[in-house]
Design a protein around this ligand. Structure first.
Ligand code: SAH
Ligand code: AVI
Length: 324
């Protein structure tokens, strides 16, 4: 990779080893489960970008509207010289925040963090060009296991997790992540988290099962990742994409459903697995929040809920949480 400032905390070998561990556990559990980070190889990151342009996928537009309307208030509360963005992807909404921090007169450094090196390679050169005064320091890391990308140099940091990615983790993993983040931050430093909000089921399901089939391709791509990295022989055409609203856990689940009985060999794991016809494997959860739920989860980890900003239609929220 040819970025001027890049730390690799997660090498391709580390990522492959983590996938081996996760796939062995997930493919042998009942029901079968994969964690969502494996959706984002180079092709998956590209497909996610296409999702953000879909008419049904409102979270992207809604979060951008919320940022556009409230970034100055967010910047004032954070009063930060460093913006660390976890799961930054294409950083396409970040300029709104960078501009607000710049207007507040505090901004010095931007640290985009992602598991996907290709997403950083795509995004960072444009940001360096657009913000020549800014110290842009990219980090390849898994933020669920490694928050070294949030280093302290005595300045004030704002850590952002946008896009609703916070909702992609299980409740226990969210608490573990928040506790680790609280530990990494100094009192007074801020966390900005974007969360999609509970709404009617048809809007939610359409956002995750679009009419052009882009989300289906994004979901099925994880089978190509398993085939390529783990030498598996999944037949993509044997699976259907599903987006299911699960009200008890207030989340959309993306699943892959076997159309017929299938025997799959995963050669790198020396593993053989069977799918019954109709069997479903979960590939992602996308939790939808209420204001109370996010406030309580933040409070339990030692954050005060100092700001709640939504888009004009109230579809998506940005919370500013300050480390107590
Ligand atoms: N923040 C962007 C992108 C959201 S897509 C937006 O709002 O549009 C989610 C991003 O998080 C992807 O780029 C994916 O590669 C990254 N990601 C997912 N899990 C991650 C993890 N555990 N550690 C680091 N990055 C992760
Ligand atoms: C990145 N993440 C918050 C997206 C979401 O909405 O849960 C990923 C996604 N999955 C399907 N469509 C978009």
């Amino acid at each position: 990779m040819s970025l001027p400032a890049l730390d690799v905390h997660l090498t391709a070998d580390d990522a492959d080893a983590a996938l081996r561990t996760d796939a062995r556990r997930g493919l042998t559990s009942t029901p079968k489960i994969l964690t969502p980070q494996w959706l984002y190889d180079a092709r998956g990151s590209e497909l996610f970008e296409q999702i953000t342009a879909l008419p049904e996928y409102y979270p992207f537009t809604a979060e951008r509207e919320a940022l556009a309307a409230h970034s100055d208030a967010i910047a004032r509360t954070a009063d930060a010289d460093t913006l660390v963005e976890l799961g930054s992807g294409s950083s396409s909404k970040t300029p709104v925040l960078l501009d607000a921090l710049h207007r507040a007169g505090t901004l010095r450094r931007y640290v985009p963090v992602d598991v996907s090196p290709s997403a950083l390679e795509e995004a960072v050169p444009g940001l360096i060009g657009a913000y020549p005064e800014l110290d842009v320091h990219a980090v390849v890391a898994d933020f669920t296991s490694d928050l070294r990308s949030v280093p302290s140099d005595g300045g004030r940091r704002l850590v952002a997790l946008l896009g609703g990615t916070f909702g992609n983790f299980e409740p226990a993993d969210r608490q573990t992540f928040l506790a680790a983040l609280a530990d990494a931050l100094e009192p007074g430093e801020a966390f900005l988290v974007g969360t999609d909000l509970v709404k009617d089921e048809s809007t939610l399901v359409a956002a995750y099962d679009d009419s052009q089939g882009v989300t289906a391709a994004f979901n099925l791509n994880v089978l190509s990742v398993l085939n390529r990295v783990l030498g598996a022989d999944f037949d993509r055409s044997g699976f259907d994409h599903l987006a299911v609203w699960v009200p008890q856990s207030s989340r959309i689940e993306m699943r892959l459903r076997a159309r017929r009985p299938m025997h799959v060999r995963v050669s790198e794991l020396d593993l053989e697995i069977d799918f019954a016809a109709g069997e479903e494997m979960r590939t992602e959860i996308s939790t939808k929040f209420t204001r109370e739920r996010i406030r309580d989860e933040l409070a339990a980890a030692g954050f005060s809920h100092d700001g709640w900003f939504t888009d004009p239609q109230g579809r998506f929220a940005l919370s500013v949480a300050v480390r107590r």
